[in-house]
Design a binder for this molecule. Structure first.
Ligand SMILES: Cc1cc2nc3c(=O)[nH]c(=O)nc-3n(C[C@H](O)[C@H](O)[C@H](O)COP(=O)(O)O)c2cc1C
Length: 138
C-alpha cells in the first residue's frame, strides 16, 4: 500500500495530527504546497477549521489533484468545537474530482486562544494513529 499525508495548519495543531498519522503509515507529512508525485492508494488530507471551513490552501490542493493518482482519500481535522461540517465540504470537493473519501474521518480539538490548551494531547495523537491504522488496513 502506498500512502501520502498532506495538511495545512495555521497554528500547528493539525500538523501534530498529520505527523502522528504519517508516522503510523511510514511516510512524511507534507503541507498541501507539495503536490502528489506518485500514485497512492490512500491520501490523508488534513486541515484546521477556520470560520467553519477548511483552509483555502486545502481546497486548492484538492482541486489540483489528478484523480488517477489517488485510490481513496481520508480526511482529518482539528478544531475548537467540531470538525464535523468540514467532512462534507471536503467530500464534495473530492467528489467533484471523482475521488472517493472514506466515510471514516478523524477530528480532535486543537488549541485556540485559551481553549483546549495542550491539545492535540497524547491521547488525541494515539487516536489519530489508530485511525490511520484502520484506514490503512483496507
Ligand atoms: C481564524 C480562525 C477561525 C477559527 N474558526 C473556527 C471555527 O469556525 N470553528 C471551530 O471549531 N474552530 C475554529 N477555530 C479554531 C481552530 O479550528 C483550531 O484552533 C484548530 O486546531 C486550528 O488548527 P491549526 O492549529 O492546525 O491551524 C478557528 C481558529 C482561527 C485561528
Amino acid at each position: 500500500m502506498r500512502f501520502a499525508v498532506r495538511y495545512y495548519s495555521r497554528g500547528g495543531s493539525t500538523e501534530k495530527v498529520a505527523r502522528a498519522i504519517a508516522r503510523e503509515v511510514g511516510e512524511r507529512a507534507e503541507t498541501t504546497d507539495k503536490g502528489l508525485e506518485k500514485r497512492v492508494d490512500i491520501l490523508f488530507i488534513g486541515s484546521g477549521v477556520y470560520k467553519g471551513h477548511i483552509d483555502p490552501h486545502v481546497k486548492s490542493f484538492i482541486q489540483s489533484l489528478d484523480p488517477s493518482k489517488v485510490g481513496k482519500a481520508a480526511f482529518f481535522s482539528t478544531a475548537m468545537l467540531s470538525g464535523g461540517k468540514s467532512d462534507e465540504e471536503v467530500r464534495r470537493l473530492l467528489e467533484e474530482k471523482g475521488i472517493t473519501m472514506d466515510t471514516r474521518t478523524f477530528h480532535c480539538h486543537g488549541k485556540f486562544l485559551f481553549f483546549h490548551r495542550g491539545h492535540p494531547d497524547r491521547k488525541d495523537l494515539v487516536d489519530a494513529e489508530i485511525f490511520a491504522k484502520k484506514i490503512g488496513k483496507l
